[in-house]
Design a protein around this ligand. Sequence first.
Ligand code: ZN
Length: 313
Amino acid sequence: MEHETAAVFPATLHVQGHDAVRDHLTHSTAATFLFVGPPNVGRRTTALWWFAYLNCESDTRPCGRCASCQRWQTGYHPDVLIKEPVATTRSGAQAANPVLRLDQIALRRGPGADPNPLIPWLRSAPSGTVKMAIVMASDKMTESAANAFLKTLEEPPANTKIVLIAPSRSSVLPTVASRAETVRFGSVPVTPGANEPAWRSDIRYGRVGAVMRSRSADVSDGEWREPIEALVTAMDHDTAALLDACERFVEAERKHPEVDFEGNLVELVRAERPEWLGALVHIMVERREAKAAYVSQRTLSTHLALALAAVVS
Ligand SMILES: [Zn+2]
């Protein structure tokens, strides 16, 4: 997925921590930002939360219920564009290190060029209120890409926000850093017990009882175990296999409401692929919201497949 124009992103209203940052963002009038902090601290998640906030149609933002919020919660929104470094050159050769290339930022003709570069995308009008471009690992921007970007960073089109993400201010080119408002992200303390977020216990994260309960349920072992195992296996394969596995998973869930499919899936991933666990837990939270909204079985399985594909890509 080198030139991913319709990125599926993790959309969650349950941002942990960063209260001061979020409060600052909701009052800020700047357009270009540099989010700095350690990996996986929530820089992209906060940017996406902010996007939902800016586009929400309710008084209490983001509400999670209006048309804009609901669209965003599918993990895809036409007014969000995320660019990440790529590990190949335009000719398809493997690059030594992934970089953000010039053609990802500015329109370049010819084979291998990104068909949806950032600057022209920002110039078209948003379908909602505000468009947001998120540039992951901005420290990996080539000098030619940065130079092409400078004017837009300085003066982004109306109704747009640009969020550059990097480990630190000093890691990005000074010409880029000087055109952005720096927002610092500290690590979020996680204290088990009283401060444990409600959503964790909501989906029985960490409870070993899930598997045992399913075993005692009046369902044959293969009927509940097979769709779960097939789903984890399919995560290592292509999207078509994943979609197929998700359809079977959702169908099994519908047939056997007494079995805790989600809890078992979480347990199996914890045991076999712990690196996916954090993202999977978020997906399960979002699924709960989708299920509560009574979306169709087909929509549920499609969204599950797209979300899981994003975890492993
Ligand atoms: Zn809303």
